[in-house]
Write a protein of this length. Structure first.
Lengths: 172, 353
């Protein structure tokens, strides 16, 4: 009886870890897509709204779901009084502290960090150019992430279950 | 002139503050990056109270101006006249300062950059110098900004007290059309801000002037007079005052006349031909006008192409030349026919205090 309980536990644990891994692969492209949409909205805010950067980041943060939300709203909070940090510092700090809650990888982080160097420091045309570049880079990352998702998502799902079964068979 | 002034024509701003005038507004300090803010906060309090300008030039000494004198600031927060001993702000400092001044959004300041200055909350004006980008021969943008001049705006209530009684039009129960002349940095804006407040609240400073306050319209192109933040004045410009913030003067004058039915219009730094035209329009529309212009004497006016037209047609009923010395503010008055308004006490004070 105890043996069966143990076997069930092992199989559930293995299946769950497989599912979590698979979810990471499934979440990454969706989050990149959300990030791209957020940057597109930022483009609109800058181009047509003349919205100051802290307000714009706050607004697009509120429109996007977590975990992207906390990156933008965190940066916006740091820029406003009483912190008054520069746009670059605030954005980089927000990325650093919130990145672990996302499914995204180092490549996307680099893109955002690159963007933080120029955000808010030049005229509109220049800003739009930089955001467009970031969006293009993210789009190529998104395509790669989708490919990985197709390849590994199902595999990890079944792999978890199979690993569990394997361990159970081995010890039974 | 019925008014016989007993008070001194020179008027010390520092004295006024000592008497419990407006407390020193420190909002301008928030735009500085931490290291510069710490440095400026270490300046001696006596200097700090009279601080007028902070100048930051990339790779050159940090300079402060107070009471008409200049000092360099040492890395320890002391003062020196020796450029070599002074703190030298670097590129990083300039970039951070620009980021904070523009609220991290240089792209919202394109118009301001074209004009060469940004007004921050509290009405403080920050002049910028850098490399211009031209488009079709006109300045389109300013880049590589490396020079900053933070002009600290100060509200000095009562600075207009000595002048106010001279500007009263007893027949019309209003004020005269007045042009105030002074070189830059001599307190024009502070003066007309207080005039706006007094006209609007009806404190005429004269025992026989008993009519109530008038509707005042301020065209505040550079957001300096009212220091508006999100459309609401941060300085006291009076209870019956409307402010058109950030509006080109010529258009603003017409908009205000059409929409806000002002009794008195107040504009700062007229000088372009279209300003003069709009002013002429206002002067004929039955609205009293108080305007300021750069200049050091009324003779200068005739030689300014845009203003000479107004001057020659004797639109203005009163001219005031304002000058500030180390002791305070002094002014001289001329009437519309360019005769000096003489008072018995005026003699002996010819040389501006």
């Amino acid at each position: 009886m105890l043996k069966i309980l143990g076997a069930v536990l092992v199989i559930t644990a293995a299946t769950l870890s497989g599912w979590i891994q698979a979810r990471q692969y499934a979440n990454r492209p969706t989050q990149i897509r959300k990030l791209i949409l957020a940057l597109r909205r930022l483009q609109t805010e800058i181009m047509y709204g003349f919205t100051p950067l802290p307000d714009a980041l706050q607004r697009i943060g509120e429109q996007s779901g977590d975990p992207i939300k906390s990156i933008f709203t965190g940066a916006s909070t740091d820029m406003n009084p009483p912190f008054n940090r520069t746009a670059q510092d605030s954005l980089q700090a927000a990325i650093e502290s919130n990145w672990k809650y996302t499914a995204m990888k180092a490549a996307e982080k680099d893109v955002l960090n690159q963007l933080s160097f120029t955000l808010g420091t030049s005229d509109r045309k220049d800003q739009l150019g930089h955001i467009a570049t970031a969006v293009r880079q993210l789009e190529s990352e998104e395509a790669a992430a989708r490919e990985e998702q197709n390849r590994y998502e199902k595999m990890f799902k079944s792999l978890g279950l199979l690993c569990g079964a394997f361990i159970v068979i081995l010890f039974y | 002139m019925m008014y016989n002034p007993k008070n001194d024509y020179t008027f010390s701003i520092y004295e006024k503050e000592g008497l419990g005038g407006t407390p020193m507004d420190q909002s301008w300090l928030t735009v500085f990056p931490d290291n510069l803010r710490v440095l400026l906060a270490k300046l001696p309090p006596s200097l700090y109270a009279g601080l007028e300008e902070v100048r930051i030039r990339e790779g050159r000494p940090l300079e402060v101006n107070a009471g008409g004198r200049y000092y360099f600031v040492t890395p320890e927060g002391g003062m020196t006249r020796e450029p070599g001993a002074a703190f030298i702000p670097g590129k990083q400092d300039g970039n951070r300062l620009l980021d904070l001044i523009t609220n991290h959004s240089l792209y919202t300041m394109e118009e301001e950059l074209r004009k060469g200055f940004i007004t921050i909350a509290g009405g403080h004006r920050i002049g910028l110098a850098g490399r211009t980008v031209l488009s079709g021969g006109k300045v389109e943008h300013l880049r590589d900004i490396s020079g900053f001049n933070i002009r600290i705006a100060r509200e000095i209530r009562g600075i207009a007290d000595p002048m106010m009684p001279h500007l009263l039009d007893f027949k019309q129960h209003s004020v005269f059309h007045t042009l105030i002349l002074s070189p830059p940095q001599h307190g024009k804006t502070t003066l007309i801000r207080d005039l706006a407040r007094q006209i609007s609240s009806g404190t005429w400073g004269h025992s026989e002037a008993k009519w109530p306050g008038l509707k005042v319209a301020v065209i505040d192109e550079r957001s300096e007079i009212a220091g508006s933040k999100r459309g609401v004045p941060s300085f006291d410009v009076g209870p019956r005052t409307d402010v058109m913030d950030g509006c080109p003067k010529a258009e603003g004058i017409m908009m205000m006349i059409r929409s806000m039915s002002p009794d008195v219009l107040i504009v700062d730094e007229v000088g372009r031909p279209e300003d003069a035209e709009a002013l002429a329009e206002a002067l004929h529309a039955g609205v009293r006008v108080i305007a300021t212009a750069h200049g050091s004497s009324i003779e200068d006016l005739a030689s300014r192409p845009a203003l000479s037209k107004l001057f020659e047609a004797s639109f203005f009923q009163m001219y005031a030349v304002v000058r500030r010395s180390e002791r305070g503010m002094a002014f001289r008055l001329w009437d519309g026919k360019r005769r000096r308004v003489q008072d018995p006490e005026w003699k002996g004070r010819e040389d501006y205090a």
